[in-house]
Design a protein around this ligand. Sequence first.
Ligand SMILES: C[S@@+](CC[C@H](N)C(=O)[O-])C[C@H]1O[C@@H](n2cnc3c(N)ncnc32)[C@H](O)[C@@H]1O
Length: 226
Amino acid sequence: MPKDPTNHKGGQRNLHIKVKTAKGRKASSTRWLQRQLNDPYVQRAHQEGFRSRAAYKIEEIDDKYKLITPTSTIIDLGAAPGGWLQIAKKRAPKGTIIGLDLLEIEPIDGVTTLQCDFTSDEGYAMLKDAIGDKKADLVISDMAPSSCGHAATDHLRIMAMCEMAFDFAKETLKPGGHFVAKVLQGGAEAQLLGQMKQQFSTVKHMKPHSSRKESSETYVVAMSLK
Ligand SMILES: C[S@@+](CC[C@H](N)C(=O)[O-])C[C@H]1O[C@@H](n2cnc3c(N)ncnc32)[C@H](O)[C@@H]1O
């Protein structure tokens, strides 16, 4: 039996679906559709009721580093459509979970969601307001600015976002808390990485199996805020 490439424990693999070109549809859209339909993580997310294939990325990161406990307070930055929030809620059923995004997030039972721009003063204030006096156990950020197509500019923009999320994590986390953020291949920039290593006991990079090989994204996992 062919192995299921998403669970590494064996199982049936689905058949390859070929998408025909259609009048009015761009070749790039046909390629995207074909990739989506044949992506085993998209299929698995659909079957298991997750809103995005991204859910498996935080699941893999947490399986490896054990960041979430049943009572964790978790802040998810760039949370739409909500796959990471679903995993957070599943693994921290008695915890407090807050997710924020520029886009609207369909409600999830027991999860607070905010629609705002994390980089704006208003968005930041809304988030701080929702957290109140609480301190977080875990700040996770899958935020990515929309690509402008110029690799160097995209890199600067995603790193600026990671730096803002890091600043937020430093002031929001409890001592011993953890921070996970999307960065680009090559990892966090040396200077930012140096700052993280000063603030956290352990800093690792991880590219989950569920992150597409052709994507330059990877994740920085900073554990145990000093
Ligand atoms: C890859 S998606 C997140 C997927 C999510 N982790 C999940 O599991 O469903 C990245 C998200 O970052 C959000 N984003 C980008 N810039 C943002 C900003 N300035 N403030 C809030 N969210 C932002 C985008 O709207 C997008 O929904």
